[in-house]
Design a protein around this ligand. Structure first.
Ligand code: AMP
Length: 368
């Protein structure tokens, strides 16, 4: 085990295993390009070691350059294209092979492909040393793969955790055994969001509120937001397919989290089963489902009060609030039994001082 920053990592791939994979990739690419001079384009920062070893193993004429995508979200396309032209002026009519250290969901790759769409290259291929086939959901097929790996967070051989670990010759995998994953359970207004805010600080967890993610999407008028809005405005649940995919996406955006607080998810039996199956594929699990309990009348009063400040349409109308309670009673309440069967259900009195309620929740978590 090694420690990088606040996390422990266990050995996963030896230097020899990595170099064998790199050697094979160089041979496969060489077989396709030996009669011309391809340009290999490394994607910084993570690919520097891979590019170096790949070139040492590549026996035919070639050129090399690099692009840097520091964040796939923050970059404008013009920024990227300028960098690209800096790298190589005579890219037109040439064969380009991208050298990536790792491809997971495919978001970065999409940016890369976009970057080369109008460059009139002769031929464009992608080679990735590591490939998380399970979670890849891009359209582009990866042309050369070194090693297919499961969806766990890895560091070393150029890859980092908060910039640490790039200098390691081997690859290490995040040790997940000390992870805590919690479901906060309870009716609208029970205080899940408020309490999650305290717990995430205390236990260093990532808080995922499906309601917040939907509201964020509505505010930004995304496709997902447009889809969810009509359901949410009435106080109905958004369909499972949409919600489950969104939740998976949120978890996958945080591969290095020390654990998650799921707030407002799962809300149906199908969501609970999907969550268990999904976490299973990542060697993760729910440790506890903690319900915040309170009477309907207290909750209605709380929500109407909150609605005055937040302007949330579903908090301003008692009929919509009662409809959300009906949805809860019909679809969500049965999950109590689902988690009881797994021995993971805990109930906490959600009435009282906010700090007092936090203390009740902490007592449960600390006993796990
Ligand atoms: P919340 O902020 O948790 O009260 O959620 C507000 C609204 O978002 C709900 O009334 C639903 O319309 C929608 N929503 C949030 N989470 C889910 C979920 N897990 N499944 C379906 N709909 C959800």
């Amino acid at each position: 085990m090694i420690q990088l920053g606040d996390k422990l990592f266990k050995p996963y791939l030896s230097e020899a295993q990595i170099l064998t994979a790199v050697q094979k990739m160089a041979e496969a690419v060489g077989a396709d390009y030996k009669d011309e001079t391809p340009i290999f384009v490394g994607v910084l920062n993570g690919s520097f070691m891979f590019v170096s070893d790949f070139l040492k193993a590549y026996p035919y004429p070639c050129e090399v350059s690099f692009v840097k995508l520091s964040s796939y979200q923050g970059l404008t396309s013009t920024g990227i294209v300028e960098t690209l032209l800096d790298v190589s002026e005579n890219i037109e009519g040439r064969s380009v092979v991208i050298l990536e250290d790792i491809i997971d969901t495919g978001r970065t790759l999409q940016q890369l492909v976009h970057l080369f769409t109008n460059t009139n290259v002769k031929d464009f291929k992608i080679a990735s040393l590591f490939y998380k086939a399970e979670i890849y959901n891009g359209e582009y097929t990866i042309d050369y793969v070194g090693l297919e790996i499961p969806d766990s967070f890895i560091v070393g051989y150029g890859l980092d955790y908060n910039e640490l670990g790039r200098n390691l010759r081997e690859v290490y995998q995040l040790n997940q055994t000390d992870m805590i994953n919690l479901v906060l359970f309870g009716k609208p207004g029970a205080g899940k969001g408020t309490q999650a805010g305290f717990l995430k600080e205390k236990y260093n967890l990532k808080h995922i509120s499906t309601g917040d993610v939907f509201r964020y999407n509505i505010k930004n008028n995304t496709k997902l937001g447009q889809l969810a809005k009509s359901y949410m405005d009435k106080g109905d649940l958004v369909p499972d397919e949409v919600t489950i995919d969104m939740l998976k996406d949120e978890v996958e955006k945080n591969p290095d989290a020390s654990g998650f607080i799921f707030d407002g998810f799962p809300r149906t039996a199908a969501q609970a089963r999907a969550l268990d199956n999904f976490l299973d594929t990542k060697e993760m699990q729910i440790d506890a489902t903690i319900a915040l309990e309170a009477d309907d009348d207290v909750l209605v009063a709380r929500l109407l009060e909150r609605g005055k400040e937040s302007g949330r349409p579903d908090d301003q109308d008692e009929n919509k609030i009662r409809n959300r309670f009906d949805e809860y009673n019909q679809k969500t309440a049965p999950l109590k039994e689902y988690y009881q069967k797994q021995g993971k259900f805990y109930a906490v009195n959600g009435i009282g001082d906010i700090a007092e309620i936090t203390a009740r929740l902490r007592a449960v978590i600390d006993s796990l």
